[in-house]
Design a protein around this ligand. Structure first.
Ligand SMILES: [Zn+2]
Length: 604
């Protein structure tokens, strides 16, 4: 037995053991990270944040200053649904989690100390059940075994800084079951890397990957019936050790083949030599709340297509027939969450519902759909809408659409007398000017210039003009004559340029600031990459131009300019020959850049 064989070097092991134990009982160093994040308010979508002293659930770790993030995300539950049930919304990289369930430490499941301080031990009810049942399966065969968890998800989901995924409660990082040289399973101080020899890279190989226990874990996860497993990622050589055990045990061929389809070393991300990353598919209830499966769907997996179709019908019926306006509004939002373009006409009708709450939900969904029919419906509804809140939401919804009809309608709204206010100090017309910022059609330019001297909306109109034309006029907005000055200057600019196309405007705008952009064609990619770090209007227009040139549609406009520049530089360096470019001397990352939200490979 190799446990006994290791005793020859036991003096060295003893030293390493003492080191390992002292690491595992020290106050986790991730704490500062958490407190710093809370202090900086890193994630803007947290409703409230507070610091509280929490008693540690690990008796050997003293209680610490633990960040408690209280946040709720409203979700349109319907009558008959449990408002406390978990829902996995969207995709694992862009989604959210409703009512994430905390994985309380138990005799068979614990959370590693560093990850415990991050407060990420939340998953959907079904993920938590899968983890508990697999851990129980392992402990039943080998009493005393404990499954140690790394990152799972935040209580209300969303991005976490350590991984691209883990956003909606269906992913979990699991420490591999391991043993020390004396054959004991002890809590590792963190997720440890295992080499080809199945020994930990950290602590000079003190921890040994236990293929038998990890095989039980894989089998327990695969055979759990409350949910369906999509991925079990681990490094190839670890997977082979696990599969060897399963084969020796005489696991049925069919089961083994299926397990191997799910259990493998992923391509294009970390090799997963330090944790088992698992993901479960959306359940039927998740799908009715907007859950989206991405990646492979195994042939034996139930995609719940009929359950989802039944939900869509039920939502549409509620929108059309329910007497309770709250139910109607929630059902409209649910149609939006499941992306029910087939029920577009139901949503369009709901935009004329007698209840403003239903109309509010409907215009938001039409704004998300962004197709020409939905846009036309929003434009048709606008002059009829009497409720200020709905009208303001309608303008926001239109702001997400970019076509000519939207430009014409927003232009007409600017020219109209309208005293509607959207909250304190924000006139509807300022919102209209803001919505025009996203447009790519030039028809609205004269209407924006015409309102520059309006004290309440002039500055918003100037910003929209800058974005639309890629040109900046030097205006000192602290001066009392700023509005009329701006109007005079922009009228002169428009007179000189109105015959040119927007492409010509954009290219000239880049050159005004000093970027070498002759046209918006592939030859100008280097100049466009530089412009991402320029003034905001240049940055946005450069990214949109790069999207058109590449046909790619990343969410880079939501990232910091440094991350966006990094992404696009990497993309064009990788594909330089396809675009006839030589970018080999260009650094991938701008020198001043700091990593934050841009995609990084999945990590611990
Ligand atoms: Zn992971």
């Amino acid at each position: 037995m190799d446990v006994m064989g290791s005793f020859g070097t036991s003096a060295r092991w003893l030293l390493v053991a003492v080191l390992a134990m002292s690491c595992s009982t020290a106050q986790p160093d991730g704490l500062d990270e958490v407190n710093e994040q809370v202090a900086n308010g890193r994630r803007g979508d947290r409703a409230t944040t507070s610091i509280a002293r929490v008693q540690s659930v690990f008796p050997e770790i003293p209680s610490w200053q633990h960040a408690v993030v209280e946040q709720t995300r409203p979700f349109p539950f319907l009558a008959g649904e449990d408002p406390n049930s978990s829902v996995s919304v969207g995709t694992t990289s862009d989604g959210t989690l409703i009512n994430g369930r905390w994985i309380a430490p138990s005799p068979t499941v614990e959370i590693l100390p560093l990850q415990f301080t991050r407060d990420l031990a939340y998953g959907t009810d079904e993920l938590v059940a899968a983890l508990r049942s697999a851990a129980a399966h392992v402990a039943e065969k080998t009493p005393g075994s404990i499954l140690y968890l790394g990152n799972v998800a935040q209580r209300w989901g969303g991005d976490i800084q350590w991984s691209v995924s883990h956003n909606n409660g269906r992913d979990a990082d699991l420490a591999f079951y391991s043993r020390d040289p004396f054959g004991w399973q002890r809590r590792p101080p963190n997720l440890l890397h295992y080499g080809q020899n199945l020994r930990s890279v950290e602590f000079s190989g003190f921890y040994r990957f236990d293929a038998a226990l990890n095989a039980d874990l894989a089998q327990g996860l695969f055979n759990h019936t409350g949910s369906q497993i999509q991925y079990m990622f681990m490094a190839r050589y670890l997977e082979l050790a696990v599969v060897d055990v399963l084969r020796q045990r005489g696991v049925e061929r069919e089961e083994l083949i299926k397990i191997q389809e799910v259990l493998y070393e992923p391509r294009g991300s970390a090799i997963h030599d330090d944790h088992l990353h698992i993901r479960i598919y959306c359940t039927a209830d998740d799908l009715c709340g907007g859950c989206e499966n991405t990646g492979s769907i195994r042939p034996w997996v139930d995609e719940f297509a009929s359950a989802k179709a039944a939900c869509v019908e039920r939502f549409a019926d509620i929108v059309q027939d329910d007497v309770d306006p709250v139910q109607r509004a929630h059902a409209v939002s649910r149609l939006g969450l499941v992306g029910a373009t087939a029920k577009r006409s139901v949503v369009i009708a709901a935009a004329s519902d007698s209840d403003p709450g239903v109309r509010l939900a409907a215009v938001a969904v039409l704004g998300q759909l962004r197709d020409s029919e939905s846009t036309r419906a929003l434009i048709a509804r606008e002059p009829l809408e009497a409720d200020a809140a709905v009208k303001c939401a309608l303008v926001d919804a239109l702001g997400g659409t970019r076509g000519r009809p939207t430009a014409d309608h927003l232009g007409a709204m600017l020219a109209r007398e309208d005293g509607t206010m959207c909250g304190a100090g924000l006139p509807l017309k300022a919102k209209v000017a803001q919505a025009a910022t996203n447009l790519e059609s030039t028809g609205i330019v004269p209407a924006l210039i015409a309102v520059l001297d309006d004290v309440q909306i002039g500055a918003a109109a100037a910003e929209a003009l800058q974005m639309l034309t890629n040109h900046q006029e030097a205006i000192d907005w602290s001066q009392p004559t700023a509005g009329t000055d701006a109007k005079t200057q922009w009228e002169a600019w428009y007179k000189r340029n109105k015959k040119k196309t927007r492409e010509v405007w954009l290219a000239a705008g880049f050159r005004e600031v000093g970027y070498s952009v002759a046209s918006l064609q592939k030859q100008s990619v280097p100049g466009l990459l530089d412009a991402i770090l320029g003034p905001k209007h240049c940055s946005v227009n450069a990214q949109r131009a790069l999207m058109k040139i590449s046909g790619e549609d990343p969410a880079s406009l939501d990232w910091s300019p440094e991350d966006a520049a990094w992404y696009w530089t990497r993309f064009f360096k990788k594909n330089q020959s396809k675009y006839g470019l030589d970018l080999s001397h260009r650094p991938e990352r701008p020198v001043s850049a700091t990593p934050s939200d841009a995609p990084e490979p999945d990590s611990q």
